[in-house]
Ligand binder design. Structure first.
Ligand code: GRF
Length: 219
């Protein structure tokens, strides 16, 4: 009898792929009982593509510049995700705004990580905005993706104190360490069947997750 097959993940990237690396490591060391079936980058120069290659994972570049509309690009992604029978789609620094063409068929199976304490600072330049506002803490939020940009229900949120002299780069570096811990945890909850999206709420073990996401620790 063959062993039960592992849930299949796709990781979508645009850049250096340190979150992708966290998923590769978590699958390798067994803390995430899943396998990455596919990595897609919209950017041919994404350093994350090499990480996939080194790990022996199928990696494709689907360049958004080759398409005449966001919808046509998303349709190409959907075809690829379906061809690989993907169970969960992980957006990991994927710098494209998604349309319903991709969001609807994968609703509830589509996660993102955003480098701020959502609902604060959706969009870009989150760390600089936190510094400019004089915030005392920054962080990252894993959330379900819905039609609202960076607005889907939060799942897990890590907080990072802002230190005197912090720059956007120094803060990003410390937040990234937390990102690499919390994102595979959220995926593990999903593949274990503990996490789901229901009526625009995230549920863990059937209980609604608070609007801040679960806050496992403050560092
Ligand atoms: C991360 O900060 C993530 O929160 C944001 O994009 C960055 C991606 O970094 N969405 P990497 O490509 O995973 O290193």
């Amino acid at each position: 009898m063959s062993a039960p097959s592992l849930p299949r993940l796709a990781v979508l990237i645009s850049g250096r792929g340190t979150n992708l690396q966290a998923f590769i490591d978590a699958c390798d060391n067994g803390t995430l009982p899943a396998r990455i079936s596919l990595v897609i980058s919209n950017n041919p120069d994404a350093a994350g593509l090499q990480r996939a290659e080194v790990a022996g994972i199928t990696a494709k570049c689907i360049n958004h510049r080759d398409f005449t509309s966001r919808e046509a690009f998303d349709e190409a992604l959907v075809q690829e995700l379906r061809a690989h029978a993907v169970d969960l789609v992980i957006l990991a620094g994927f710098m494209r705004i998604l349309t319903p063409v991709l969001i609807e068929p994968f609703l509830g199976r589509l996660l993102n990580i955003h480098p701020s304490l959502l609902p604060r600072y959706p969009g870009l330049n989150t760390h600089q905005r936190a510094l400019d506002a004089g915030d005392t803490e920054a962080g990252a939020t894993v959330h379900f993706v819905t039609q609202e940009l960076d607005g889907g229900p939060p799942i897990i949120q890590a907080r990072v104190p802002i230190q005197p002299g912090d720059t956007a780069d120094s803060l990003a570096e410390r937040v990234a360490i937390q990102e690499h811990m919390i994102y595979p945890i959220a995926a593990r909850w999903f593949v274990e069947g503990r996490l789901r999206l229901s009526e625009h709420r995230a549920l863990l073990d059937g209980e609604p997750i608070p609007a801040t996401g679960i806050r496992p620790w403050a560092v």
